[in-house]
Design a binder for this molecule. Structure first.
Ligand SMILES: Cc1cc2nc3c(=O)[nH]c(=O)nc-3n(C[C@H](O)[C@H](O)[C@H](O)COP(=O)(O)O)c2cc1C
Length: 394
């Protein structure tokens, strides 16, 4: 006997929405995910197949993070983008849209991946872990970052502009500026990592300055309707929770609201790529109890930020599944849902949600490339349609 499904085709999640220049057919968006198949930022041929599998009519796919500054000696943004034209063409041919994430990792990089240069950050801090995303895949300890000079800041703004222009030339519909998850711009926003005493440090206005200057420069280059931003007010990935996330991010987002960009993607407080949901929430509760965060346990949501974004479309990400993805859009609390890992393991995610079919769970062991010889496993080999047995989760 066949399975019975509850079709969700009439839900608002599966209805059209306009984001900047993009007229989407539904609101199920694929999140930026670095999958390590783009050495030197140049995508391997398999990358086209991966995105094409996940492209749906009127859908939006966000690419893995692309480094706007020259992260590897020989990498040229133009070259990288030129190769990406094949990807954007293939995705467009299926009626989908594509955003390119510009992602400067700051102190999360190591000098061996930067042609020997010291990683940059707001201040001279050390992330204090190991980085395995190195030439040869050898784990290398993080170093003390270089506190960026004003020239470094200007150069990085220019790099974002150059990268954005290249991305639009390569056929991307939009660029998404990564300003969350503990990466460079978050290292400026968060007062644990920003120890500066100049115009880019101290109060919230100064800490937000770098993100807003990048945004303004990129908007001037490619137009506000082709620019988006991702940020994580409750973020604890690669840095401690900011002591005053509500006030700081309300300020940032109220400034962004004035700029009329295509969308803002916000990460849910429950989500942390490195932690289970319960651990993440418990950690924030503990920080609140210890008086380290200006918030109460009732504050743990995104509404503080959504209410500031009155006209800017708000996308929410983090631990959404086939059950919890409908309600907030239905109630117009957010405009769309951004899926990460379920898009890895369900190339036909949109269709499954539409038909109410069971989702395939992803395999953590293969979210990153397992060996150079095997770039397919966990990348383009997930099945379409429903599978009876879940893929083994490690
Ligand atoms: C393999 C992998 C790579 C990721 N790379 C990026 C990235 O390059 N840029 C980014 O902003 N987020 C990145 N993320 C975070 C995802 O975009 C997303 O926020 C996270 O997976 C939580 O969403 P989910 O619960 O739907 O998976 C990555 C996540 C995974 C699993």
């Amino acid at each position: 006997m066949g399975s019975t499904y509850t079709s969700r085709k009439n839900s608002k999640l599966l209805s059209p929405i306009r984001l900047g220049q993009m007229n989407l057919g539904h609101r199920v968006i694929m999140s930026a995910m670095t999958r390590l198949r783009c050495p030197g930022s140049v995508p391997k041929p398999i990358v086209t197949e991966y995105y094409t599998q996940r492209a749906s009519k009127g859908g939006l796919l966000v690419t893995e993070g692309m480094h706007p500054s020259f992260m590897v000696e020989d990498t040229m943004m133009h070259l990288a983008c030129l190769h990406r034209k094949k990807v954007t063409d293939a995705v467009h041919a299926k009626g989908a849209f594509m955003a390119c994430q510009l992602w400067h990792v700051g102190r999360c990089a190591v000098s061996v991946s930067l042609g020997g240069r010291q990683p940059l950050s707001s201040s001279a801090t050390n992330l204090g872990y190991h980085n395995r995303n190195t030439p040869g895949g050898v784990a290398v300890p993080h170093e003390i970052a270089k506190a960026m000079t004003l020239q470094d800041i200007q150069d990085t703004i220019d790099d974002h502009v150059h990268a954005a222009k290249c991305a639009i030339e390569a056929g991307f519909d939009c660029v998404e500026i990564a300003s969350g998850n503990g990466y460079l711009l978050d290292q400026f926003l968060n007062s644990n990592t920003n120890l500066r005493t100049d115009n880019y440090g101290g109060n919230k206005e100064n800490r937000a300055r770098f993100t807003l200057e990048i945004l303004d420069a990129v908007i001037a280059a490619v137009g506000a309707s082709r620019v988006a931003l991702r940020t994580s007010p409750w973020g604890t990935v690669w840095l401690p929770l900011d002591p005053d996330p509500i006030a700081n991010w309300r300020y940032l987002l109220s400034e962004i609201e004035k700029r009329g960009i295509a969308y803002v993607c916000l990460t849910q407080p429950r989500a942390d790529l490195l932690l289970e949901e319960k651990t993440k929430i418990d950690n924030i509760f503990t920080a609140i109890k210890e008086g380290k965060v200006a918030a109460t346990v009732e504050d743990l949501h995104l509404r503080h930020f959504e209410e500031v974004l009155k006209t800017t479309p708000v996308l929410a990400n983090g631990n959404y599944d086939s059950e919890n993805c409908f309600d907030e859009v239905e109630k117009s609390e957010v405009d769309a849902i951004v899926f990460g890992r379920y898009f890895i393991s369900n190339p036909d995610l949109v269709e499954k949600l539409r038909l109410g079919k069971k989702l395939t769970k992803w395999n953590n062991a293969t979210v990153y490339i397992t060996s150079v010889a095997n770039e397919i496993e966990g990348y383009t080999d997930y099945p379409f349609g429903e599978v009876e047995e879940e893929i083994t989760v490690v």
